[in-house]
Design a protein around this ligand. Structure first.
Ligand code: NAD
Ligand code: MG
Length: 385
């Protein structure tokens, strides 16, 4: 059997590097055909020398020059920017495009990959938050597979194997609650970037780690789940589970519930997206019940963590609302990481932007891109004031 050709968009990030760990573990099953990065050229050079992909793509212009020089004597071609991404995702050698870019910058590459007929392994949840309806319509039109990488969505996807004929009654997306679980609003006024970056269970990129602390990550995941599994909003519930062992649950119409469990390790959902429908034997650490004699569940506190409520509201409003939410969130998270806004201020700013950007009921791809641009602009302007 020939190897599965993989393109990893965002190969230098947290998901990207773990995907390369998976590819490294199965050298006769997978081949890295394309690797891309934003600005971490040094790591991309190392990865290219090890995996010898057909091409690498660099989005940052200065890093592009550095990578191009460093790989001048290699057979890997070095491409630049969006045009480079468009060219590379179309290669005939690619079977699956793993989108591990962070933020709405991942939207267009997902569209390009679907239109090139490639299966998508989706870590970039922002793709579905911004334009879920449009993306899932494209997935159906081009007949490609959309394989979730986000651990909760992978869990739901795994629970649905063999259940084609059985409608879902409800899903429960589990949430760790992040480092500030149990705190009230007044206790969150002074929290620092360093505290917010200390996630109890997962080691991830900075943006998603802040989103986890503010529960925006769970809000984005509710939106992601709604589109991915074609559910009504009321069918998507969130349950806080601080140990991150149950990765999510599906409840069927007979009341039966299926959960997918395991230690919190992103390599498993990444591997499953690449091997689906097969499961490959690996040596990842196994779960031991005696380390977790009780599993704990509690209600999400949407009054303290307003982002989760805001995400549900944008989903109910429809149109370009979740796109506005996402763009404003990306700007405020960057500002929080730059010590320019406080933790609780983030939700206030997002709410403000949600009111300011014009509502579009049935947006096209261009409308989404323009909404994203405008929402960023407006949020940045208020932060400057
Ligand atoms: P990260 O910041 O560690 O890595 C992001 C990658 O994207 C890097 O390779 C970076 O160079 C590239 N990149 C950044 N901006 C870019 C741009 N404008 N254009 C092109 N490339 C760009 O992020 P991450 O934590 O790996 O997360 C990636 C995605 O996966 C996010 O959407 C996140 O929500 C999702 N996700 C991550 C995890 C995790 O464990 N890290 C878990 C579930 C879902
Ligand atoms: Mg997740």
């Amino acid at each position: 059997m020939s190897k599965k050709g993989i393109a990893i968009l965002g190969a230098t990030g947290s998901v990207g590097t773990q995907a390369l760990d998976v590819i490294r573990a199965f050298p006769d099953k997978f081949e890295a055909v394309v690797l891309t990065c934003g600005s971490n050229g040094d790591l991309l050079i190392k990865q290219a020398l090890e995996f010898k992909p057909k091409s690498v793509v660099v989005t940052d212009p200065i890093q592009y020059k550095i990578v191009k020089e460093a790989l001048a004597l290699q057979r890997t071609t070095v491409l630049y920017g969006e045009e480079g991404l468009i060219e590379a995702v179309q290669y005939a050698e690619i079977d699956i495009v793993l989108n591990a870019i962070v933020g709405s910058a991942g939207l267009k590459p997902t569209v390009m990959a679907i239109q090139s007929g490639k299966d998508i392994a989706l870590a970039n949840k922002e793709t579905l938050v911004v334009a879920g309806e449009l993306i899932m319509a494209l997935v159906r039109e081009y007949g490609v597979n959309m394989l979730p990488v986000d651990s909760e969505h992978s869990a739901i996807f795994q629970c649905l194997v063999g259940e084609d004929q059985n409608p879902i009654e409800k899903i429960y997306v589990t949430a760790s609650g992040g480092p500030f679980r149990g705190r009230k609003r007044e206790e969150l006024l002074q929290v620092t970037k360093a505290q917010a970056l200390k996630h109890p269970n997962w080691s991830m990129g900075a943006k998603i780690t802040i989103d986890s602390a503010s529960l925006m990550n769970k809000g984005l995941e509710v939106i992601e789940a709604k589109w991915l599994f074609d559910l009504a909003i009321d069918q998507v519930d969130v349950i806080v589970h601080p140990q991150s062992i149950v990765h999510s649950l599906v409840q069927f119409e007979d009341g039966s519930m299926k959960a997918q469990m395991g230690l919190p390790d992103m390599k498993l959902p990444i591997q499953y997206a690449l091997t689906y429908p097969a499961r490959f034997e690996n040596n990842f650490e196994r779960f031991n019940f005696m380390d977790y004699p009780t599993l704990h569940f509690e209600k999400a506190d949407m009054e303290t963590f307003r982002n989760l409520a805001l995400a549900y509201e944008t989903l109910r409003a429809g149109g370009n609302k979740s796109c506005i939410l996402n763009a404003a969130n990306e700007v405020v998270v960057a500002a929080f990481l730059a010590d320019k806004v406080g933790f609780l201020e983030m939700s206030d700013l997002i709410e403000h932007t949600l009111e300011k950007v014009e509502f579009i009921a049935s947006p096209t791809l261009e409308d989404y891109l323009e909404t994203d641009r405008l929402a960023r602009l407006i949020t940045k302007e208020i932060i400057k004031d």
